[in-house]
Design a protein around this ligand. Structure first.
Ligand SMILES: [Zn+2]
Length: 272
């Protein structure tokens, strides 16, 4: 396999290069580190977009992950997947409609484009060529469209204040340029809009119990490992306030779900 690693990256949130290695979470050749400036855990030698697209397609790493984490959880991977799918879609459509006011909604990393449903108007960004084609056809039929590209770049192609909602569902853990995509989201969002983010929860008790076999680790396509705290601080750097969605289950939940809204100028003054 040909592989291109980029130069070691600084912290994607606070830009510090002061780090502490997580040796136990860093199988060769990957370096998972914790930023000493803001506590964010991240991969500091990610691969570039093209390599991710070809060599580390989600489907392939998912199969590898399934094999390597066998026995690490009481539920079989199959049962867990079904359970999560059901939970996810039963709850989310109604929540999205309410949060986003049945308006124009951008799904970043939208896959085949089925997450945003009528009466919402769906827009998307998708890196995979095959999935983009499916999503664009589906979204055009529903009044929107899908841009082919990487989230942190493509989001700048939309209009200012175009969207009532932006969804980052199992996306931000993959994004090397976290602040750029969040700043782009801030620009593309209406003043009343909301951003929904769901990422693996590095703060879960499960990660400490299961250790290196925790389901949130995926090398090298997960490049950021957020806790609620580091996600909140990162969002604040891009001008957002954060509200936790999965309040009750967070300590034992393998994912963290949040809603962001634009921080009002008066709140920014109060903070500084
Ligand atoms: Zn940092």
């Amino acid at each position: 396999m040909t592989m291109t690693t980029t130069a070691l990256r600084a912290c994607p949130s606070c830009k510090s290069s002061q780090i502490r290695p997580w040796t136990e979470y860093s199988p060769e050749p990957w370096n998972v580190v914790q930023c000493l400036g803001c506590d964010l855990t991240y991969l500091n030698n990610p691969v570039d977009y093209e390599a991710l697209q070809e060599d580390f397609a989600w489907e392939k790493t998912y199969e590898a992950k399934k094999a390597s984490s066998k026995g690490s959880t009481p539920l079989s991977p199959y049962a867990r997947k079904i359970r999560n799918r059901l939970k996810m879609y039963r709850n989310k459509t109604n929540s999205f409609r309410r949060w986003f006011n049945d308006g124009h909604v951008l799904d970043i990393g939208c896959g085949d484009g089925g997450r945003i449903t009528s009466p919402m108007t769906p827009y998307g960004i998708e890196l995979s060529t095959a999935l983009h084609k499916l999503a664009d056809e589906r979204m055009r039929a529903a009044g929107g469209y899908c841009v082919h590209g990487a989230g942190a770049e493509a989001i700048w192609e939309f209009d200012e204040r175009q969207f009532d909602g932006i969804v980052m569902f199992s996306y931000l853990e993959h994004e090397v340029d976290v602040l750029r995509v969040l700043e782009g989201a801030h620009r593309a969002l209406k003043e009343t809009g909301r951003v929904f983010i769901r990422v693996p929860n590095f703060g879960t008790i499960n990660r400490r119990v299961v250790g290196p076999k925790w389901c949130g680790f995926r090398y090298p396509d997960h490049v950021n490992y957020f806790t609620l705290d580091t996600l909140r601080k990162t969002a604040a750097r891009a001008g957002f306030s954060l509200e936790l969605v999965n309040k009750i289950t967070l300590p034992v939940d393998d994912n963290v779900s949040v809603l962001l809204r634009k921080t009002a100028p008066s709140e920014v003054e109060a903070q500084s």
